[in-house]
Design a protein around this ligand. Structure first.
Ligand code: NAP
Length: 247
């Protein structure tokens, strides 16, 4: 058995720790989006594979028998490539994905189908927006330049922001509800925007919004093909069953 673990999430790091403890031969893979990715207790490669075909070539070259896709629920391109490459090469594939967040009493959430739909859900009158959606899709909000955006990012932006009124807060999770509430009060936030990532590492902003009674605009996850499990232990069982079958 030789495993490729596609990472970039808290769950991927927990999976890496578990696999290293059981000494299962595993290569960890990062996209290379952040400048200093968290070190992993496994041999690690960084960078894209070159699409689905590139990944298929990699799987054959490295004699990978199992792929665990623990990328972010919104990293749809990588997940689709994994499905295609594993089908092409006959490699076993499982996605490790946490459950989405669900609204609770006291929440004022507006759900939109896609991140692209978020700007339309903002009011036209100037607002102060906590934008916690990563850096790749910030440009979508240039259609609503009247708002002040507070962007929480892992790394400082490489280029000028496409938003005339913006404050960048550099921080890496996990975050706390108290810390996020203090940040929202400091910046006089009126709206909180987030992707429905699920999990514990990034849920503090939703707890803070609930405590401060702020409206939240939440983008639903892209639909992805393939089998999914929601815990590290379930994936370990899946690996064990595959091994017993001699896969
Ligand atoms: P994406 O759109 O699905 O992927 C774009 C391309 O990045 C992929 O086609 C692949 O390049 C490369 N890639 C993605 N994940 C990779 C991995 N683990 N190892 C090697 N190459 C990878 O993904 P994304 O939304 O840009 O996210 C990039 C990374 O950041 C992912 O690993 C994800 O887990 C993490 N992340 C994403 C979000 C988010 O909101 N999207 C949030 C937190 C963390 P090639 O086609 O060249 O193989």
């Amino acid at each position: 058995m030789r495993v490729l673990l596609l990472g970039g999430t808290t769950e991927a790091s927990a999976m890496a720790l578990r696999l290293s403890q059981t000494r299962i031969d595993t290569i960890f893979s990062y996209a290379g989006r952040t400048r200093a990715p968290a070190p992993q207790p496994l041999p690690t490669r960084i960078g894209g594979f070159g699409g689905g075909q590139g990944l298929a070539t990699y799987l054959n070259a490295e004699a990978i028998t199992h792929v665990i896709d623990a990328t972010h629920p919104f990293a749809a391109g990588m997940s689709r490539n994994a499905v295609a490459a594993c089908a092409q090469t006959g490699t076993s594939l499982i996605r490790l994905e946490r459950a989405p967040w669900m609204a609770q009493a006291g929440d004022n959430w507006t759900m939109v189908d896609r991140v692209e739909d978020m700007p339309d859900a903002l009011p036209d009158t100037p607002a102060r927006v906590f934008l916690a959606i990563g850096k790749q899709q910030i440009g979508l909000f240039s259609v609503k330049p009247q708002h002040h955006y507070v962007l929480r990012l892992v790394d400082a932006p490489d280029a000028a922001l496409p938003l005339p009124h913006a404050t960048v807060v550099l921080a890496r999770g996990p975050f706390t509800a108290g810390g996020d509430a203090a940040l929202m009060l400091e910046h006089r936030i009126t709206h909180v925007l987030a992707k429905n990532a699920g999990g514990t590492a990034a849920q503090a902003k939703l707890e803070a919004a609930r405590a401060l009674r702020l409206p939240v605009i939440l983008a639903a996850r892209p639909a992805l093909p393939g089998a999914t499990l929601d815990s590290v232990e379930a994936v370990m069982v899946w690996l064990g069953h595959s091994a017993l079958r001699g896969v």
